[in-house]
Write a protein that binds this ligand. Structure first.
Ligand SMILES: *Cc1c(COP(=O)(O)O)cnc(C)c1O
Length: 359
């Protein structure tokens, strides 16, 4: 269908400047040049620097590129865990990180909350032997957010463990204090509004040291995207493999646009657009916010439970030029999921909110 506005929680609507940057990428042969050329190194360096500035990333963090966030789950387990990991699970994505650890033969432990909520963090049964704690900041399958304060409290209680934060569908909206976490990751088809196929992995020196330590002890940390390899190449604005050059180029350009707009402005707009959507859900007879507790309600992925089949609602909205997401997995026909990403304008969100209220 033509002229749809995509409010799907990833892939989603492209950031509104992507079309123009795609053209400039084609004009300057980004997709054809060698990834060992000085042109590649220069836009790789720009993308990394722009991201550093946007996220206010401290110097002890590095930025690496992978194929996806799903890949990053594997790389984290492979590089940073000898035997045991611990996972806060509140939906399909956090469960998949846990399952990744199991697949790699680790003793993976988890605390689970019911869908639409987040694990309570008082009295977490985390042992000294659990080397890494996986936390999903924004569970895209349910629209539940683990508050940052929870993450910082976990850090205080367990300072020796590595903390890995899945911020796939909340960065750059979420304003993380990077001194209180060790690795954070996202993929670009969510809030950055870019074509899929690029994961971004932020890691501090503690993670890199752990991987080097594992390597010295003869443990398998993989090869092409092991942290020592990524670090060595990254220092030279290079990647181990022939990468998604186009994705890296476009990310740098979109982040530059976000810097011009200002991250504070993006955050403010995200909050006010989320309020509009939650307000519509609260007013409606057909919808209710799936996440009931306010402090767990996501600002970037708004999930409504529906009294009627969500498939019908989705069809209805499509006719009006708006594509929203259905429920995830078992909630397919019971939920609607709406992306509130930086590219979605206040006018677009208001138009959607109006349409929802009329259902
Ligand atoms: C989309 C998503 C992922 C997986 O990202 P891919 O790019 O598909 O690998 C992981 N975690 C969360 C919270 C997500 O929303």
């Amino acid at each position: 269908m033509k002229n749809q506005i995509y409010f799907t929680p990833g892939p989603s609507a492209l950031y509104f400047t992507v079309r123009e940057h795609l053209k400039s990428a084609l004009d300057s042969n980004v997709a054809s040049i060698s990834h060992r050329s000085s042109f590649f190194k220069s836009f790789y360096g720009e993308t990394v620097e722009n991201l550093r500035t946007l996220l206010k990333l401290p110097d002890n963090f590095q930025i690496f590129f992978t194929g996806s966030a799903t890949e990053i789950w594997e790389r984290i387990i492979e590089n940073c865990v000898d035997k045991e990991s611990f996972h806060l699970v509140n939906g399909a994505f956090s469960e998949r990180f846990y399952k990744t650890a199991v697949a790699f033969g680790k003793e993976a432990h988890k605390v689970e909350s019911i869908a639409g909520s987040c694990p309570e963090i008082d009295n977490l049964m985390i042992a000294e032997t659990h080397e890494l704690i996986g936390i999903t900041h924004n569970e895209t399958s349910t629209g539940a957010t683990q508050p940052l304060e929870d993450i910082y409290k976990i850090r205080e209680a367990f300072p020796d463990q590595l903390i890995a934060v899945d911020a796939v569908s909340s960065l750059p909206y979420v304003n993380i204090d990077y001194s209180k976490v060790d690795t954070v990751y996202f993929s670009v088809q969510k809030c950055f509004g870019l074509p899929p196929g690029l994961g971004v992995w932020l890691v501090n020196d503690r993670c890199i040291e752990k991987a080097e330590n594992r390597m010295r002890r003869g443990k398998n940390i993989g090869y092409y995207h092991s942290l020592p390899t990524l670090y060595e190449k990254g220092l030279k604005n290079q990647t181990p493999e022939t990468p998604n050059s186009m994705g890296i180029y476009l990310l740098g350009k979109v982040v530059e646009d976000m810097l011009k707009k200002g991250i504070d402005q993006i955050r403010k707009e995200t909050n006010s657009k989320a309020a509009i959507l939650y307000n519509s859900l609260n007013k409606s007879d057909v919808f209710k916010p799936f996440v009931e507790e306010k402090r767990h309600q996501s600002k970037t992925v708004i999930v409504g439970k529906t009294a009627v089949s969500s498939a019908d609602i989705i069809q209805d909205l499509k006719k009006k030029g708006m594509t929203i997401g259905g429920g995830y997995g078992e909630f397919k026909d019971l939920h609607i999921r709406i992306a509130n990403f930086p590219t979605h304008s206040k006018e677009q969100i208001e138009m959607l909110a109006d349409a929802l209220e009329k259902i």
